[in-house]
Design a protein around this ligand. Structure first.
Ligand code: HEM
Length: 62
């Protein structure tokens, strides 16, 4: 469904819009539509605390 997240830590932008910084990534994982209203990615239902853990994992993908 979504794009590959391989080498995510090396990317400059999230979805070509938001700079790939921790706070933006957490916000994207929690509610991508708050960054890109028309994105096909749904609001995940993942909490902020969980999103922080997921972001930490994504930043291990080099
Ligand atoms: C916790 C679960 C998820 C995480 C961590 C996650 C993470 C991400 C990230 C980081 C991006 C940006 C990728 C980039 O910049 O190249 C992205 C994009 C995307 N995701 Fe997710 N995602 C999740 C769940 C989902 C689900 C459930 C769907 C759909 C059923 C989905 C569909 C998409 C799509 C379609 C995009 C492309 C956005 C666009 O071009 O508008 N994601 N996802």
């Amino acid at each position: 469904m979504g794009p590959t997240l391989q080498s995510f830590a090396a990317r400059v932008y999230i979805r070509g819009i938001a700079i790939n910084l921790t706070d933006n990534l957490i916000q994207w994982i929690e509610n991508p539509r708050s960054i890109a209203p028309k994105t096909a990615m749904p609001i995940t239902g993942v909490s902020r605390a969980e999103a922080r853990h997921v972001a930490a994992y994504l930043y291990t993908l080099r």
